[in-house]
Design a protein around this ligand. Structure first.
Ligand SMILES: Cc1ncc(COP(=O)(O)O)c(C=O)c1O
Length: 451
């Protein structure tokens, strides 16, 4: 099992459901390793100490040291092609034999091929790339480009968003856990606005299509009032999951153009097909100035992320914006190239769209009569079920969600709870229809039992 298995945002470490589950699942082999882990790792929220171990990861399955198996509907958003895809493992092994590393300033075939490939799959003239090892760094490269290109330093981003753990990324992020305990100031000029969240929006009486887009107007207003913002940085669809209202991104794109700000889309969890399009912003018919991708880019095996910018934004040639040791690592580049190949060859983008639509309609049909189900929403294979105390006020049902969560875990399904009450379901795009049905049965049964 992955360490994230029983880490849910907003969940108390001492909840009785968690205690019960841990008692039930304590394992002969897992426990000693958990103790050693807690002794040597720096403790931090949402990560260490761990509560589970992992011994195997294959396809959609993860297994702990004591042999407990779960379908992994979280996978840290890296497992688009499933765990340990044989073609990927083979390609990495072969690359290790051919060329295992490239010192900086030495270019190599896989790195160039990958940059060319990304320019090919990204729309418009998103054609120039830098690689980093993680998504946080890719976002910081994007912020540096925006500063250099505009001569401005301010940013506008969303409260509740996550863009990475680095100081720059945490500054534009809006999650309390990543900001609140860092003594001293974050980046200056990092302005935040309320994120789109139609399901909780007071103006959304008539549905997203006719709401007047108060959330987009706020971005426009702040850009106008500040007058000197370098960039808006945001996730095109929030992984909570929250889908933007129709027209939101077009309005924000226009506002950015009007006020001279660049638009940076952080596609680190959503990119490469997760939402049923290669890039999630394609649902909204816009093209950003810069897009960052990561997570699934390394195929769930190796760490690699990328900042892809419009070719005209190649303006930092005289200084270093992403001077990373593994900038052109041939092995991580090979992993990314092969991952994209697999996504294309296996038609995983269309598959995500098809299976996601199917899963959401199944959940809607089978849970429609339950008062504790608020919304079922998402795009492609990034979808979620919001658990509420009542359907009218939509008061979050955190305790109910937790019970459902542990019932699912006991039945062999692992996922994450977002914002305390949203069962967030994000399986690999390679999942079979049979396994998806099996997982949906587990979720539906658990919700019905608790309801
Ligand atoms: C939207 C988003 N941006 C950035 C990041 C940071 O990526 P990394 O953990 O690779 O630094 C994440 C990771 O969860 C993310 O979800």
């Amino acid at each position: 099992m992955s360490q994230t298995l029983v880490h849910t945002e907003g969940e108390s470490n001492t909840s009785s459901a968690r205690k019960k589950w841990l008692e039930k699942t304590s394992g002969e082999k897992s426990n000693p390793l958990l103790k050693r882990d807690a002794a040597v790792f720096l403790h931090q929220s949402l990560s260490s100490p761990c509560v589970s171990t992992i011994a195997k990861a294959e396809g959609i399955w993860i297994e702990d040291l004591d042999g407990r198996r779960h379908m992994d509907f979280h996978g840290n958003s890296v497992h688009h092609i499933g765990w340990g895809h044989p073609k990927l493992i083979e390609a990495i092994k072969s690359q290790l034999d051919d060329l295992p590393f490239a010192p900086r300033r030495f270019t190599n075939e896989p790195a160039v091929e990958l940059a060319e490939k990304l320019a090919g799959i990204a729309p418009g003239n998103l054609g120039k790339t830098l690689f980093t090892t993680g998504g946080s760094d890719a976002n910081e490269v994007a912020l540096k480009i925006a500063r250099a290109a505009t001569g401005r330093f301010k940013t506008v981003s969303f409260w509740d968003a996550y863009h990475g753990a680095g100081f720059g990324a945490a500054s534009v992020g809006g999650e309390a856990t990543f900001r609140s305990h860092i003594a001293g100031p974050l980046l200056p000029g990092a302005e935040h606005v309320a994120p789109f969240a139609c399901y909780r929006c007071p103006y959304n009486h008539a549905g997203p299509e006719t709401c007047g887009l108060a959330c987009a107007n706020m971005v426009d207003y702040v850009l106008g009032r500040e007058g000197d913002v370098a960039a808006v940085i945001a996730e095109p669809m929030r992984a909570v999951p929250y889908v933007p209202p129709v027209g939101f991104w077009k309005a924000v794109r226009e506002a950015c153009n009007r006020h001279g700000a660049l638009l940076i889309m952080d596609e680190i969890p959503t990119g490469l097909g997760k939402t049923g399009k290669m890039f999630a912003f394609e649902h909204d018919d816009i093209i950003p100035d810069i897009v960052t991708i990561g997570k699934a880019l390394g195929g769930g095996v190796l760490p690699i992320a990328a900042c892809i910018a419009r070719t005209e934004l190649d303006v930092c040639g005289d200084f270093a914006i992403g001077h990373y040791t593994h900038e052109k690592n041939p092995v991580t580049a090979r992993a990314a190239l092969t991952t994209i190949e697999i996504i294309e060859e296996e038609g995983l983008v269309a598959r995500s769209e098809e299976l996601g639509t199917y899963a959401m309609s199944q959940l809607q049909d089978r849970l429609d009569d339950l008062a504790i189900v608020g919304d079922i929403r998402g795009r492609g294979l990034m979808f979620g079920v919001e658990i509420v105390l009542d359907r009218i006020d939509k008061t979050p049902g955190n305790d109910l969600a937790e019970k459902i969560y542990y019932a699912c875990l006991s039945a062999g399904l692992s996922f994450k709870i977002s914002q305390g009450s949203v069962l967030t379901l994000s399986p690999p795009l390679t999942i079979s229809r049979t396994d998806l049905d099996r997982a949906l049965d587990i979720v539906v049964n658990a919700i019905r039992e608790v309801a």
